[in-house]
Design a protein around this ligand. Structure first.
Ligand code: NAG
Ligand code: NAG
Length: 147
C-alpha cells in the first residue's frame, strides 16, 4: 500500500503542471487561449535555481508575422530586469515561422532558472516580439524563486 502511494506521488510530481491564469500584458498580433507551466502545481509557481521549466502557450494569431523573438523581464518593485532567454530567436525552436493569421499555435519553451536569480517573488513579464518590435503576445505571472 505504501509502495503504491509513493509511486503515485512520484508520478504526480513528474507530471505536475497547471494552467495559469492569463494576465495579458499587451498582445498585439495574437490572442492567448491558455498557458500551461510544467513542474508548477499552483500560482505563484515555485521556481528552483538550476531547474528546467517548460512553458506552453496556446495562442491564435490575429496577424501574420515573419519573426518571433523571446523577451523575459523580472519585475522587482519598479525595476524591470531582463532575463536573457537562449536562443533569443523563437522561430523554429519554440514556434514555427512565419506565424499566420487565423492559425492556432503552441509556443513551447523550456528555460533553466539561472543561479544568479534573486531568491524573491518576481513579477515575470514574458513577451514574444515580431519583426516590428510589437508583441505577438505578452503575459505576466508571479514567480517565487527559491534556491
Ligand atoms: C489550443 O486551444 C484550443 C482551444 O482551447 C484547442 O482546441 C487546441 O487543441 C489547442 N491546441 C494545441 C496545439 O494545444
Ligand atoms: C515541448 O518541447 C520539449 C522539448 O523539445 C518536448 O520534449 C515536449 O514534448 C514539447 N511539449 C509539447 C506539449 O509539445
Amino acid at each position: 500500500m505504501i509502495k503504491v502511494v509513493s509511486l503515485a506521488l512520484a508520478v504526480s510530481f513528474v507530471t505536475a503542471n497547471i494552467e495559469i491564469k492569463v494576465h495579458d500584458c499587451g498582445s498585439v498580433d495574437a490572442r492567448i487561449n491558455s498557458i500551461r507551466v510544467m513542474q508548477c502545481e499552483r500560482e505563484p509557481c515555485i521556481v528552483h535555481k538550476g531547474q528546467d521549466y517548460t512553458v506552453l502557450v496556446n495562442f491564435t494569431a490575429t496577424r501574420t508575422v515573419q519573426e518571433a523573438h523571446n523577451h523575459l523581464h523580472g519585475g522587482l518593485g519598479f525595476l524591470q530586469v531582463p532575463f536573457p532567454l537562449n536562443p533569443e530567436n523563437a522561430c523554429g525552436k519554440n514556434v514555427p515561422c512565419p506565424i499566420e493569421a487565423g492559425k492556432t499555435y503552441l509556443y513551447n519553451n523550456t528555460m533553466t532558472c539561472p543561479d544568479f536569480a534573486p531568491s524573491l517573488r518576481v513579477a515575470a513579464k514574458w513577451e514574444i516580439k515580431d519583426e516590428n518590435q510589437k508583441d505577438i503576445f505578452c503575459f505576466a505571472t508571479a514567480l517565487q524563486i527559491v534556491s
